[in-house]
Design a binder for this molecule. Structure first.
Ligand code: C2E
Ligand code: CA
Ligand code: CA
Ligand code: CA
Length: 278
């Protein structure tokens, strides 16, 4: 680039150009990442609060970037959503999680539930049940071991097509949970009209449990609401013993968080399960 006079050049060079071309560069890299198989899944244990035994794992996406190292989804999911690349990426996630789940069944880690995060874009597109059926068939994973985590955004709007897909998934034996519950929209009516199994209390409420009385009130309300509607309730982002005992007191069913373990690569996850016992 040529300088058009100090200030102007600086403005473009330091601000706009690099940002725009950085994004373009990231998009190109993101397109290549799938074919170069640079994505990996980490697994975070989900623990039954009463028995303290592991009952499942949430699959969390990571990008093993050749130069920048291991990237968390926060640094590339936004762009993936914007460009539509989230569709092939999440299809890979679904297939990989099922493949891993089936492999773990084969080595006797049998009744673990594997939870996969669904993108709103992906779920609105027709035929999610087709993707799920294909992933289950190709892997041989038990459908009852697969859980899909949906956001409140997916459930809002009472889209007929989405309700239909959810019932098909349910009839297969796949379970459905609501992720980040309490942070989305205030409409609760969808809870009655969708075939759900579990609410995941957002970690922002769990974080403030010991310090903020209103957080405790919200957590208590979500647990009671869930149980009245026959749903299991899982609290995410549990980091301390104090949070854990409050959740136990409130009758929460399951927990997930750094107090037990962060997300782990597959080998470390298996080692954790072996160490922790089931
Ligand atoms: P999420 O579904 O709410 O996932 C939980 C996030 O909280 C994860 O961040 C996890 O590492 C982190 N976490 C777990 N326990 C604790 C804790 O005790 N304390 C704190 N501070 N954090 C905890 P991660 O892996 O960076 O994922 C961020 C978000 O990216 C996820 O939020 C999810 O919305 C999205 N995501 C991850 N994997 C996928 C995927 O395969 N597909 C799609 N569509 N989205 C994904
Ligand atoms: Ca999730
Ligand atoms: Ca969550
Ligand atoms: Ca979240």
């Amino acid at each position: 680039a040529k300088s058009l006079g100090g200030g102007t050049w600086r403005f473009f060079a330091a601000d706009m150009r690099p940002r725009a071309s950085q994004t373009a560069h990231l998009e190109t890299e993101l397109r290549g990442a799938l074919s170069r198989q640079e994505f990996v899944l980490f697994y975070q244990p989900q623990v039954d609060l009463r028995s303290q035994k592991i009952v499942g794992a949430e699959a969390l996406l990571r990008w093993q970037h050749p130069q920048r190292g291991l990237l968390a989804p926060g640094s590339f999911l936004g762009l993936a959503e914007e460009t539509g690349l989230i569709l092939p990426i999440n299809e890979w996630v679904l297939n990989e999680a099922c493949r891993q789940g089936a492999a773990w069944e084969a080595i006797g880690l049998g009744d673990l539930r594997i939870a996969v995060n669904m993108s709103p874009i992906q779920f609105r597109r027709q035929g999610v049940e087709g993707l799920v059926k294909d992933a289950l068939r190709a892997s041989g994973m038990r459908p009852t071991s697969l859980e899909l985590e949906l956001t409140e955004g997916i459930l809002l709007g009472h889209d007929e097509q989405i309700v239909k897909q959810m019932h098909v998934l349910r009839s297969l034996g796949v379970t459905l949970s609501v992720d980040d519950f309490g942070t989305g929209y205030s409409s609760l009516s969808y809870l009655r009209s969708f075939p759900l199994h579990r609410l995941k209390i957002d970690r922002s409420f769990v974080q403030d449990l010991g310090s903020d009385p209103s957080a405790l009130a919200i957590v208590r309300t979500i647990i009671d609401l869930g149980h009245i509607l026959n749903l299991q309730v899982l609290a995410e982002g549990v980091e301390t013993e104090a949070q854990l005992s409050l959740l136990r007191l409130e009758g929460c069913d399951e927990v997930q968080g750094y107090h037990f373990s962060g997300p782990l690569p597959p080998d470390a996850f298996v080692a954790w399960v072996a160490r922790h016992g089931r």
